[in-house]
Design a protein around this ligand. Structure first.
Ligand code: BG6
Length: 492
């Protein structure tokens, strides 16, 4: 009972998805191709194979050409998603049944501007999101919208070199203007770019960069230029939202990778600190409005040339975010010399294995205490309200003949993480606004494009090869999460 009302009264409880992992309908109603529609199915069978899955970093022009002429949804499963495009009413109803008061989803840029460079938006695209937002309103579910979640229109990559080109800033702002003009008054919370820092690990997916087009020695400069352009675009989007809807709140969204020194050797501690400076660099710019010393000295020491003018710096400094949102799944370790250490997979990363932690089947190390550490770190650093917009356990679920899924492992994982949130709020004084665990309904995995890596409270009858009825079933965790929300977490 000491946990009664432990969470703030207006705490946002919900779930989180992205357009490209759920919608399907990849060429319906005028939608253009995005980077997600050319992502090939990967099916790693072992952890070793998994460690070699590099997302789409290795995409080249030939792979893209092959994808463009292919009609296959089996090879490119994000094209079918879980068909949310046609199931949204049913799915939002199920979210409402769990008691969601918020739902984080993204808008597919390529539904609104199919090639990215048109001057007028595709009305049919806007119509779809209008229907989704109206459906949420029916149940008093507050949307949190990500403007860009690994979904840049493909034409912007092939024709303009993605975020390397400054023109992409203008294209993005055209898109943002169309979205905000239509939905700014109905939606209060906006996130600009999902895991903006992931451009360093996934240049194609996050930055729209086709690496093989650039000389090896110039690629670091290309990458950081793209990062800079994206940050300027994020600040301009923030500006537009604030100017037009002063009550709307804009957040940055960062991958909260928390690293521990593998040993207490000062060299390991230093290596960890260096890594953490890299982790924080992006949100630092979005919160503080200026480049951290870490990046400026890196640019200088490694001869990385980033073209940034005075106007850019002014835009960054004048348009900072209102809150800090992040994804949190796992932690890993860092050592000065990692050559003989066992590595394991994590969210868009590979890191040194921690002997004290257990891992998911995909190698992600489960660490609820790490969530409390992360919350405290972020809050002490930024002093802004925080929101956990992704968290969860990817697991292989088994559905029985009565359509039941006994996912107690998921409940155990989430319970421990919610308890860590409780400690951070009550003992550490962290201002946490909300919690939207990843994939409240099963969806396609981002790293491996598998359907069999499931996060949901709701089971979707769909297999890796695209077969299945697409029917939805409630897992045990569905009822459990319902009670958590209803009791404001007192039930755990
Ligand atoms: C985050 C992404 O990196 O992690 C999501 O924002 C992604 O898009 C999630 O789905 C979980 O990763 P995965 O690879 O298990 O789908």
């Amino acid at each position: 009972t000491d946990k009664v009302n432990c969470f703030p009264e207006n705490f946002l409880w919900g779930g989180s998805t992205s357009a490209n992992q759920i919608e399907g309908a990849w060429h319906e109603d005028g939608k253009g191709l995005s980077v997600a529609d050319v992502q090939l199915f990967r099916n790693p069978k072992t952890l070793d194979e998994l460690n070699n899955v590099k997302g789409n970093t290795d995409t080249d022009d030939d792979m893209i050409k092959n994808a463009i002429v292919s009609d296959s949804t089996t090879d490119y499963p994000k094209r079918h998603g879980i068909d949310f495009y046609h199931h949204y009413k049913e799915d939002i109803k199920l979210f409402a049944e769990m008691g969601f008061n918020t739902y984080r989803f993204s808008i597919a840029w390529s539904r609104i501007f199919p090639n990215g460079d048109e001057s007028a938006p595709n009305e049919k695209g806007l119509e779809f999101y209008n229907k989704v937002i109206k459906e949420c309103a029916k149940y008093n579910i507050q949307p949190i919208i990500t403007l860009s979640h690994y979904e840049i229109p493909l034409t912007l990559c092939t024709r303009y070199n993605g975020w390397y080109n400054r023109k992409t800033i203008d294209f993005f702002i055209n898109y943002v203007k169309a979205v905000i003009t239509h939905f700014g008054k109905d939606v209060k919370y906006w996130l600009t770019f999902n895991e903006i820092d992931s451009i360093l690990r996934h240049p194609f997916m996050t930055g729209g960069l086709i690496e093989s087009r650039f000389k090896k020695e110039e690629f670091q400069s290309v990458l950081y230029q793209a990062m800079h352009n994206q940050l300027v675009a994020s600040a301009l989007a923030t500006k537009f939202i604030h100017e037009n809807y002063p009550d709307d709140k804009v957040g940055c969204m960062t991958t909260k990778l928390t690293y521990y020194p593998f040993t207490s050797k000062p060299a390991d501690v230093l290596a960890t600190q260096q890594k953490m400076r890299q982790v924080y660099a992006f949100a630092d710019i979005q919160v503080f409005g200026r480049y951290p010393a870490y990046l400026l000295s890196k640019f200088k020491n490694e001869q990385i040339n980033v073209d940034m003018n005075q106007d850019d710096l002014k835009i960054l400094s004048q348009n900072t975010v209102d809150f800090v949102s992040f994804s949190y799944y796992q932690t890993s370790c860092v050592a000065a010399d990692e050559s003989n250490l066992e590595l394991t997979n994590g969210n868009t990363t590979i890191g040194v294995k921690n002997p004290y932690l257990k891992s998911s089947e995909w190698g992600w190390q489960i660490d609820p205490t790490g969530l409390r550490i992360s919350l405290v770190d972020l809050y002490d650093r930024y002093r802004k309200p925080l929101m956990i917009v992704e968290n969860g356990l990817g697991a292989r679920d088994v559905i029985d003949s009565n359509h039941q899924v006994h996912d107690d492992y998921r409940i155990t994982y989430l319970k421990a993480h919610i308890s860590a949130m409780y400690d951070a709020i009550t003992k550490d004084g962290v201002d946490l606004m909300g919690y939207t665990p990843w994939g409240p309904i099963d969806l396609l995995s981002n790293s491996t494009i598998q359907m069999s890596k499931r996060y949901g409270f709701i089971y979707v009858d769909l297999n890796d090869d695209g077969t299945g009825s697409y029917n939805r079933y409630k897992k045990d965790s569905f009822y459990w999460y319902h009670d958590v929300i209803k009791s404001n977490a007192a039930s755990i």
